[in-house]
Design a protein around this ligand. Structure first.
Ligand code: TEU
Ligand code: CA
Length: 557
């Protein structure tokens, strides 16, 4: 595998709205981010991905862009953005933005012009179809946020437009070469500014199976998940290859794709040496237990499921490319609330979960707050929900016959708001996030769970993440941690997640006891060094290691 500048780095996702508010309006902003660059540097972060900060009505929190060339005033100005790039550069850090090009906002001028003249130039930037009251829609796809993918084109009673996400997110027509050129121009404009690259949103949706057709309904509503259509769509590679060629490759940009359900044979094209993207997220654990029926029908994720999914997916890409490893992001519940059983999210367990994920082969991505072990924030009532997905899924659960209490419990676990509550900086009012009223409630646990408390405590979750990052940066182990093969160890041992990372003349063994009960692990040989341990004790007797509940160690063997 060809070596790339970003391979050995550590990445961090910022959800700008909830990170740090510099001016007291309750909304995190670019100046807030700039003020925390030293903090991120101290943690050991190299690459920072910003969720969208472009102009947006924020119907889907910025994933609905109304102007790709400007910063939303709530987040700051273009001067602030330039300053951020400059300050990051000074610290040898890299800024990556979110590239949201499957759709734009219905308030983007392209869409407004399309509404004025659906048959004109901009009408062809979207998917617009004739339709008359009483007729079936062009197809029965269900949007990701619920309801049909088609809505009436504003100002026209006889036309509908396609949106696979929210109705305020009309899909861009990638079949139109003119639209594609507009997108490439925009990407190059940002890269020219000094951006290191992009996280590429929902990209798998840009290729539709055409002509539009119905699929067998998968719920009572008579609709069918868009995912069925996507599984049948072919030819996305032509678009992705063209985009990479005309933009990313020219700049040696770093790109991470939000890709779901890619086929095995497509992997080299996606993330191989000359792939469309540098890397893509490993979602094999996040999708565990999910059901097409909705959040209410999801199955709990067990440690065995987690291990099996992680090993399977990493094996799939071994020798092909790099995955980006996460335990959470802005669309997921907090990892420690999702993968650890209820009541078990102790600091020890949080470190174990972070450790087994971080040490896997690939690029580690931390999500803001993960480094202090932030947890799901819990709703008292559905009125507290902001996430459009949570509101939809609450209704889906009620429609399926759950009581309001049960439906709330479901949403409470899966809501995207869990990851979007403000960063907990300290124990002062609003966790130090804002001097005003935060746009979304602060988690009530902030008085004891916050960065200030953890920074000076050597055994905190924060200090553990710092050790993980330092281990990755340590020149003695760097090559092995970055490029070493990942080989499962004792894969059959129940609730043990263990694997080797092995490179030339070096073998590391990562062991996580994924349960609260202790367990014994037979070691493969002599322990040369104990590189990391989430507990004070290390109890090895001959070739047997007695692991405490949730213990995590990295050994050189
Ligand atoms: O998510 C795309 C996606 O495929 C879904 O998993 C989505 O997270 C889920 O349906 C929501 O419950 C991306 C962004 O990460 C997400 O925040 C945006 O809402 C979405 O695209 C639309 O831009
Ligand atoms: Ca602000």
């Amino acid at each position: 595998m060809e070596k790339k500048w970003w391979h050995g780095k550590t990445a961090y996702q910022i959800y700008p709205k909830s990170f740090c508010d510099s001016n007291g309006d309750g909304i995190g902003d670019l100046r807030g981010i700039i003020s925390k660059l030293d903090y991120l540097k101290e943690l050991g972060v190299d690459i920072i991905w910003l969720s969208p900060i472009y102009c947006s009505p924020l119907a889907d929190q910025g994933y609905d862009i109304s102007d790709y060339y400007n910063i939303d005033p709530r987040f700051g100005t273009m001067e602030d953005m330039d300053k951020l790039l400059e300050e990051a550069n000074k610290r040898e850090m890299f800024i990556v933005m979110d590239l949201v090009v499957n759709h734009c906002s219905d308030e983007h001028e392209w869409f407004k012009k399309a509404c004025q003249d659906p048959d004109g130039r901009y009408g062809k930037y979207f998917y617009i179809k004739d339709w008359h009251e009483g007729e079936p829609l062009p197809c029965n796809w269900r949007s990701y946020f619920g309801g049909p993918c088609w809505d009436k084109l504003p100002g026209h009673d006889d036309k509908v437009y396609l949106h696979v996400f929210h109705k305020k997110q009309p899909d861009l027509n990638w079949e139109n070469p003119e639209l594609r050129e507009e997108i490439y121009k925009m990407i190059n404009w940002w890269l020219e500014k000094g951006l290191a690259g992009f996280r590429i949103d929902a990209i798998i949706n840009i290729k539709k199976k055409l002509p539009f057709s119905n699929y067998p309904a998968d719920r009572e509503d008579g609709l069918c998940s868009v995912r069925k259509m996507l599984a049948e769509a072919t030819g996305i590679g032509d678009f992705l290859g063209e985009m990479a060629e005309k933009t990313f490759r020219k700049w040696d940009a770093f790109t991470v794709g939000e890709v779901f359900n890619e086929k095995d044979e497509e992997l080299p094209q996606f993330i191989g040496d000359n792939g469309y993207f540098s890397t893509m997220f490993d979602f094999s654990e996040t999708v565990l237990g999910q059901s097409e029926k909705g959040w209410y029908a999801a199955e709990p994720v067990t440690p065995e499921m987690y291990k099996e999914a992680a090993f399977r997916n990493h094996k799939r890409v071994e020798g092909v490319g790099f995955l980006s490893n996460i335990i959470e992001n802005h669309d997921e519940p907090r990892g420690v609330s999702h993968y650890l059983p209820e009541g078990e999210a102790t600091e020890t367990a949080k470190k174990m979960l972070g450790g087994v994920n971080f040490m896997m082969k690939g690029l580690p991505f931390l999500y803001q707050g993960q480094e202090i072990g932030m947890e799901n924030f819990h709703y008292d009532s559905i009125d507290q929900a902001d996430d459009i997905s949570a509101l939809d899924q609450y209704q889906v659960a009620l429609d399926a016959g759950l009581s309001p209490e049960e439906a709330l419990k479901v949403v409470d676990h899966f809501s995207r708001d869990n990851a979007r509550s403000p960063f907990q900086w300290d124990a002062s009012a609003n966790a130090g996030f804002t001097t005003g009223t935060p746009w979304l409630r602060v988690n009530s646990n902030y008085k004891h769970l916050n960065l200030a408390e953890q920074k000076n405590r050597p055994d905190s979750v924060w200090n553990f993440y710092r050790q993980l990052i330092q281990l990755r940066q340590n020149p003695v182990y760097h090559e092995t941690i970055v490029y070493g093969e990942m080989v499962p160890y004792l894969a059959e041992q129940y609730n043990l997640m263990a694997y080797y990372r092995q490179g030339e003349g070096q073998q590391l063994l990562v062991l996580g006891n994924f349960q609260k009960e202790p367990q014994d692990v037979v070691l493969p040989g002599k322990v040369k060094a104990l590189l990391l341990n989430n507990l004070p004790g290390f109890d090895a007797e001959g070739s047997v290691l007695h692991m405490e509940g949730w213990q995590f160690v990295v050994l050189e063997v």
